[in-house]
Design a protein around this ligand. Sequence first.
Ligand code: NAD
Ligand code: MG
Length: 384
Amino acid sequence: MRSISILGATGSIGTSTLDLVRRSRDQWRVVALTANGNVGELARLAREFGAEVAVCADGTKLEALREALAGIGIDAAAGEGALVEAASRPADMTVAAIVGCAGLAPTMAAIAQGKTVALANKEALVSAGEVMTALVAKHGTTLLPMDSEHNAIFQCLAGSSHKDVRWITLTASGGPFRDWSLEQLQTATAAQAVKHPNWDMGAKISVDSATMFNKGLEFIEAYHLFPVGLDRLRIIVHPQSIVHSMVEYRDGSTLAQLGPSDMRVPIASCLAHPARMDTPLADTLDLAAIGELTFRAPDEVRFPATRLAREAARAGGGIPAVLNAANEVAVAAFLAGQIGFTRIAATVEAVLNRYAPAAPAALDEVLAVDAEARAVAAAVLAGG
Ligand code: NAD
Ligand code: MG
């Protein structure tokens, strides 16, 4: 029996993870489950899985959570400090599935345990960069990539030497607007953006898929997870989302990982690592039914996000944290109907042009860069 904590348990990744845990309940003891503010759902999950502690990030929800969990011996806590405390409770595996830089501090606390962290929360790694990878190295933590592309690359690398890698190619679906003209993109709504053709995901990552910021963030994520150098990382659009990414070796051999567009596959790969486990996906990959796998180069005129991310990765230091924070603010404004779709990338570029912090050396410095970049983004959006 292994112990597991799930940060962001009520989200898309969190519930897919719990779906797999539910199917092999006798193999897992659940330590911490966390959510932002959805007390009812968090309490329901904590009861079902007999969690040791349930935490709401929203500090005002403490009383409601305590009431919902009264008398059953599950600790209830709330607030950002409580999130970090819960992530520090000993667990063999922590699934980092909070959305945004809000997940950074608890993810770092989980990493500091020196056990295994399965990372879905790409914004945390993009923001912290070397501050996170240094902590992983310091504690000898096993960091397993849960993002489907990075999980694919991890499988294709299978312990090979990075020196033998010629290319790592991240595939991108291109999102729901991949065939839209620039004029059409100006009219794209939040409802259209969150309807992804292949994947069922949270709102923020769905918008990121539509703008291609998701692939931009993943480019920076790959740079940190697989240090082959920026010049050996590239992106290709693959609308069917069957090939999840590829590794080409120096002898000319390319390995790809294929599978259905269901996050339970990469999640299972992390949960069972280095073994394999069953998933409830009964259908075998039917390439004859799929018929065609197609590929094309990304269009960075209509979708500038991957260019901005590549430039931010090259600049390094605190710049990726600025890119991420500006994108989080712009996506929230887009989802709230305050700005149009193409203003998201324009806002990120404007913030990058205004704010170039020194490289953060520790977690609190990363969080300070994140906070300042959010303030600059808010000013840009306000026209200031
Ligand atoms: P989601 O919006 O469905 O869920 C987010 C979770 O984080 C929820 O449990 C929510 O309560 C919690 N949360 C939100 N704001 C918080 C805050 N300020 N403080 C603490 N907790 C907070 O998101 P998701 O789609 O599950 O994505 C989670 C992460 O996984 C993201 O970083 C995303 O990029 C990454 N990811 C998701 C998918 C996917 O298919 N959904 C695939 C690859 C990577
Ligand atoms: Mg991905």
